[in-house]
Design a protein around this ligand. Structure first.
Ligand SMILES: [Zn+2]
Length: 442
């Protein structure tokens, strides 16, 4: 893949802070136990799948010799399946632990290994429906919504937009007034990242030296990507193929950076890999249940750092002027954005219909334009993403909903500190979709 690099920028954190919300107790770095051996086997199996599937290993910062040995061994798919089955059997023979974090670890390994086996089956030619695949890989199934559901949202959108031709064309004309001029893009992103970092650091103690680099790239199926490097560093790539609307700055700054992927990975490394000596978090299998937590918490992170109207206020007062946009129109833009967010699941439907063979590529692109209000070019890019990542798409919106329910559930109006306490249980612990039923007592 080519990544024509436009600009590099490093975001270091100046002050030294080492405490974390879920810091391990004294003596928590354990000597090698059966679970530790299983955890190492898990890491090696993820790396072995990565030898067959270049997208599978999203991050690895464990011992280099493990990777070298796995590469040298060149396990075939049937051998990976056999080894995975035997590791799962070994794990199941153990008594599930009582202590919460140990229990979450046990569940994590069991669930991630099951997902890994499913991915190997897929690589071996097994076909599944969209829902079967998302259940097998991510331990979750997204709700189904017919086209009529989205039509009712489109009617509301129709009423919000100035009169004219089709809704899609009127939406495009409306949005064109909110494009960040390319020569101001970096300044706007930089300011958004600073704000998200400051707001996150008010709630979360991050380890000393954490930082990331931002690169602007083109010709990718995704719009942004966090490549976690280990050592508390990320490489964040921002795809500039399409014009960036003003809301994208905060979206990306939160999702990829603070308190999203960068923060999540830093905390897992700090608390679990370094703090407890648990090696399984030094590898990140992309097509696995952990991705639902990662994407869901990255999306929900926006609501954590900008509760209530604070996002609109910040963007109106700071980012709109920085981008040279008219702040007086910020409120109407965000009313429209709220409505657009309700259409997020339309993208899942397009992916489900397409993966299940109910529509071809043109039909899926048409669905995205018609019900999810993608531009024709944006729909083609999204289709490229669906071709590459398939049912992964559910992790963004279903993940967001499940994380929101975990943090804000019961309809209770929780104080900000209580919300952060729950949110941190996700970011700093090995929770998976099946562990999101209840946050438990504070
Ligand atoms: Zn993401």
């Amino acid at each position: 893949m080519e990544h024509p690099m436009v600009k590099l920028r490093v975001y270091p954190l100046a002050s030294a802070m080492t405490l974390v919300a879920c810091a391990p107790g004294a003596g928590s770095v354990q000597s090698t136990s059966v679970v530790d051996q299983i955890a190492e086997s898990y890491v090696r199996l993820v790396l072995a799948v990565g030898e067959h599937d270049t997208d599978y290993v999203d991050a690895f910062y464990g011992p280099q010799e493990w990777r070298d040995e796995v590469t040298a061994e060149q396990l075939g798919l049937p051998a990976i399946v056999a080894r995975t089955d035997s590791v799962i059997d070994r794990l199941r023979a153990l008594e599930p632990p009582d202590q919460e974090l140990e229990r979450l670890r046990y569940t994590y390994l069991t669930t991630q290994l099951g997902s890994l086996a499913a991915r190997v089956d897929m690589l071996g030619g097994r076909t599944m429906t969209f829902d079967e695949e998302s259940q097998a890989l991510y331990d979750a199934v997204a709700p189904t919504n017919p086209g009529e559901y989205f039509l009712s949202i489109l009617e509301e959108l129709d009423g919000l937009l100035p009169p004219g031709r089709s809704i899609r064309e009127r939406l495009g004309a409306f949005q064109s007034a909110y494009v960040i001029p390319p020569d101001r893009l970096d300044a706007v992103f930089t300011r958004a990242i600073e704000e998200c970092r400051d707001r996150t650091r008010r709630q979360v103690d991050l380890p000393e030296g954490e930082s990331f680099v931002v690169e602007y790239v083109t010709d990718q199926s995704w719009s942004g990507y966090n490549w976690y490097q280990g050592g508390y560093h990320s490489l964040i790539q921002v795809n500039v193929d399409f014009p960036s609307l003003i809301d994208r700055a905060v979206d990306l700054a939160c999702h990829e950076g603070y308190p999203g992927h960068h923060t999540y990975n830093v905390l897992l490394e700090h608390n679990l890999v370094n703090g407890r000596g648990w090696p399984e978090y030094s590898v990140y299998a992309l097509f696995s249940p952990q991705s639902l937590i990662a994407e869901g918490s990255a999306n929900f992170g926006i609501e954590m750092v900008f509760p209530g109207d604070e996002r609109v206020e910040f963007e109106r007062e700071v980012l709109f002027p920085l981008a040279g946009l008219d702040p007086a129109t910020a409120a109407s833009y965000y009313r429209l954005q709220e409505l657009m967010a309700r259409m997020d699941y339309a993208g899942n439907e397009a992916a489900r219909l397409y993966i299940d063979g109910d529509v071809d590529a043109d039909g899926a692109a048409d669905w995205l334009v018609r019900y999810a209000m993608y531009s024709p070019g944006g729909a083609r890019q999204r289709l490229r993403f669906i071709d590459q990542y398939r049912s992964y798409v559910i992790n963004y919106n279903l993940g967001l909903d499940l994380v929101r329910e975990f943090v804000d559930g019961n309809g209770a109006d929780l104080a900000l500190d209580a919300r952060w306490d729950r949110f941190m249980r996700l970011l700093a612990s090995p929770r998976l979709p099946g562990d999101l039923q209840s946050p438990g007592p504070p």
